[in-house]
Design a protein. Structure first.
Length: 213
């Protein structure tokens, strides 16, 4: 999958402005903006997008469980998906590169972290766009899926091909990396509520959640 580097950078600028909140008025903000411009320039030189996507049409989605390959994923939000709208499973790993700068002061490091996250989001956006008709983005730590699920992802996505390694603690290197899965879907697929993405998990059922009443 080819990633348009310049397109990603342009979109990341929008995300960065929204997240940093420093593009207002005033002398103090002006100084921060100058600092941000310096950090952005450093990060652009470090922008090395890498991505690996695998597709599986042999899967089973039932209730809150998904079986694909030799792996089983449990996610409360899967209950909200009509299996009849799912045509396949995409698993992926991606990164925007390494944006650690030990030589920067604390404020600059925070800005570099925001910019790195912004670039990583744009890589994910571009991947989703190229895949076409896909579901919400599911993965470890999202929609109530256990964070330890990350250890199953290298069985389904080629981390080495994307230039990403997974440590024993479950942290990916580079840190600005994502790994997860999307369903290939028909036009009858209904997206899961955006407010559910940061859910820590419902021990009962998504169908009993107050947000869905």
């Amino acid at each position: 999958m080819d990633i348009d580097r310049e397109k990603c950078i342009k979109q990341a600028e929008v995300y960065f402005r929204d997240a940093s909140g420093i593009y207002g008025t005033g002398q103090e903000l002006g100084e921060l903006k100058e600092m941000a411009d310096k950090v952005v320039s450093l990060c652009e030189d470090r922008f090395r997008p890498g991505i690996s996507v695998s597709y599986y049409d042999d899967f089973r989605l039932h209730g809150r469980q998904l079986s694909v390959g030799d792996c089983v994923f449990t996610c409360p939000a899967f209950e909200l998906i009509d299996p009849g709208t799912v045509t396949g499973v995409y698993t992926y790993v991606l990164t925007a590169g390494d944006f650690t700068f030990p030589e920067l002061d604390m404020t600059e490091q925070v800005l570099a972290d925001i910019w790195g996250t912004s670039l990583t989001e744009t890589v994910k956006d571009e991947m989703t766009r190229q895949l076409g008709s896909v579901s919400d983005n599911f993965g470890p730590g999202l929609y109530g899926m256990d964070i330890t699920t990350i250890f199953q992802m290298p069985k389904l996505a080629d981390f080495a091909a994307a230039g990403v390694t997974l440590g024993e603690s479950g942290v990916m290197d580079p840190v600005k990396s994502y790994s997860g899965l999307l369903f290939g879907v028909t036009d009858r697929y209904t997206p899961v509520a955006a407010s559910c993405q940061d859910c820590s998990g419902n021990v009962m059922s998504c169908r009993l959640c107050r947000k869905r009443r």
